[in-house]
Design a protein around this ligand. Structure first.
Ligand SMILES: [Zn+2]
Length: 197
């Protein structure tokens, strides 16, 4: 594991525990890859237990909103024991581990659900809602929904490589395969941006 792979340990947190949960999220990303979906996986953790886990299903359901995070949130909301009505926000005591920085859509949904905190693997340079494109999690002010902290870098290299594995093979089964079949899997990993929220 290289030095850029891990963030510096945060105060009062157990890094090995974060990695353990991220490993579970990565297992879901592997499941997505096996199902020919963009390989992103996540787990929601409450009181030291996974209460929901999911992966992308956008191709299977032909629905661009079926990101891993929203799949898992639907699972949680469908379970009355996981969504007590006594708390104003359904996820205020729940932490998300997701292999890729939540997109703007998911970052907003997580804020509206009052997520406690987010840990992610790699940045989402095109759609990231936790700082890469927009800081939906904390920079954009909101009169009602509390901001949340999002920290990247957990199993980051693996998160990048599984995405590359997907994009290098996609469409090779299409009727007229494009030049993607000739692409070479790159293995060098760019450094993390210096500022991350
Ligand atoms: Zn998303």
């Amino acid at each position: 594991m290289s030095s850029v792979d891990m963030p510096s340990p945060a105060e009062g947190t157990d890094e090995s525990e974060h990695l353990r949960w991220m490993r579970e999220a990565m297992n879901m990303a592997e499941e997505a890859l096996a199902a020919s979906e963009v390989p992103v996986g996540c787990v929601f953790v409450r009181d030291g237990t996974i209460i929901a886990k999911a992966r992308n299903r956008t191709n299977e359901l032909r629905n661009a909103t079926r990101h891993a995070e929203l799949e898992a949130i639907d699972e949680i909301l469908a379970n009355k024991t996981l969504t007590p009505s006594i708390i104003p926000y359904a996820l205020s005591d729940t932490t998300l581990y997701v292999t890729v920085e939540p997109c703007i859509m998911c970052a907003s949904a997580l804020r509206q659900m009052g997520i406690k905190e987010v840990f992610y693997g790699c940045e989402n340079d095109r759609f990231g809602g936790c700082g890469s494109v927009l800081g939906v999690n904390s920079i954009l002010p909101h009169p009602k929904h509390p901001a949340y902290k999002a920290t990247g870098g957990y199993l980051r290299e693996e998160a990048i490589m599984i995405l590359r594995r997907f994009y290098i093979t996609e469409n090779v089964n299409a009727p007229a395969p494009k030049s993607k079949a000739n692409r070479v899997l790159k293995t060098e990993i760019p450094s993390r941006p210096s500022s991350r929220r």
